[in-house]
Design a protein. Structure first.
Length: 370
């Protein structure tokens, strides 16, 4: 393995370019994140915030915004554990100094799309007085096909410009192929199938869709090709692991639209994992959830993926956390994850994309196999 490839796979500070070539092991990387998290936590009256905080600088301008996603709320009569985490995340955002410019909610506010769950989430988020933008998750949508979601949070996709960056929010969940009508499923049955991680019944439901691809191309048509673009989506915009819908099925079409733009970052939820990937000119960053962490898929993991430390079954706050992202002077997003744990464990200095399962075998993406 040549030196550039070896440095690329070690992923210092996630992004070798952002780290200035400094070699950092996974253990040191996570430890630095913990130290930084402790310092911020003291200021925000919480040891480790459960939010994903994004610091963005463009040119001489710097600003901050916050990301929360994958809260998976049940009604309080059934489960308060996830409610407590969502409330803590909101309180941490409120305590941020300086205050963030706005909040992005990245989907899966509810667990089963129940209007009670969605209203509970809306009530929790109302405690934040700042501007909020929302994109849905599949758990929010398939009970009533998004009727409650859009009533509470508005329609998508959307876009806006802020201090030299074009922000775009995509809907990657509402275009699932209709398998439920032929099976004569009730709305609750449909939601139950969509709420499972695997796609054995629902199939490849995640997608952007031809209409939204056309909208995306039009929205970017008047934006300079060399200026930063940040896209928010619930699902990753590349093929990570299709059996769990950790992708969008039309990701190649998305890449064709984005190809002319040289500084594109996709920030996504859904995977509940520490993730990083590059494809074409787009860098993808998977954010932590406030609810729980998913395991890594058994195969097909991108080589640049940073494995997450496995969750402690005795600590329901473990495996979740927040991240800090910065648009550097080179107009590239740099970031750190602040893990919610006191102990730091490392499996290997050179990351192999295998997490704690050393028997995992990297393989080509599904679409690239013979």
């Amino acid at each position: 393995m040549d030196t550039p490839e070896r440095e690329k796979r070690s992923i210092p500070s996630i992004d070798p370019a952002a780290a200035g070539g400094e070699g950092i092991t996974r253990r040191a990387f996570i430890h630095r994140s913990l130290v930084a998290g402790a310092a911020l936590g003291a200021a925000s009256q919480a040891l480790f915030p459960l939010i994903s905080t994004l610091d963005v600088a463009y040119g001489a301008q710097e600003f901050r915004f916050a990301w929360i996603s994958d809260t998976h709320l049940y009604p309080k009569t059934l489960n308060t554990r996830f409610v407590e985490k969502a409330e803590r995340a909101v309180n941490d955002v409120k305590a941020m100094k300086p205050a963030p410019d706005f909040l992005i909610f990245g989907g899966d506010l509810a667990q089963l799309g129940d209007p009670v769950e969605l209203q509970l989430g809306a009530d929790i988020l109302k405690n934040l007085s700042l501007k909020k933008y929302f994109i849905p998750g599949e758990h929010d949508w398939y009970l009533d096909m998004g009727a409650t979601w859009e009533k509470l949070f508005g329609k998508q996709p959307w876009s806006f410009d802020h201090k030299g960056v074009r922000f775009i929010g995509l809907d990657t969940v509402s275009r699932g192929p209709d398998y439920w009508s032929a099976k004569k499923m009730t709305p609750a049955e449909r939601m139950g199938h969509m709420a499972t991680l695997d796609g054995s019944v629902a199939g490849p439901w995640a997608g952007v869709g031809a209409d939204q691809l056309q909208w995306l191309a039009k929205t970017l048509s008047n934006w300079p090709k060399d200026k930063p673009v940040i896209l928010f989506s619930h699902n990753p915009l590349y093929e990570y692991y299709p059996p769990w819908n950790f992708w969008v099925r039309d990701w190649r079409d998305v890449q064709e639209v984005l190809r002319p733009y040289t500084k594109v970052t996709n920030i996504h939820g859904h995977t509940h994992q520490v993730l990083y990937n590059e494809i074409g000119t787009m860098r993808s960053i998977g954010m932590l959830a406030t609810s729980w962490n998913w395991p890594y898929p058994p195969q097909g993991v991108p080589a640049l993926t940073v494995p997450m430390v496995r969750v402690d079954p005795g600590d329901h706050f473990d495996g979740v956390g927040w991240g800090k992202l910065t648009m550097t002077a080179k107009e590239r997003v740099d970031y750190q994850y602040m893990m919610w744990r006191k102990d730091v464990f490392s499996q290997t200095q050179v990351d192999s994309g295998t997490g704690d399962n050393m028997n995992q075998i990297l393989s080509p993406r599904f679409a690239d196999r013979p």
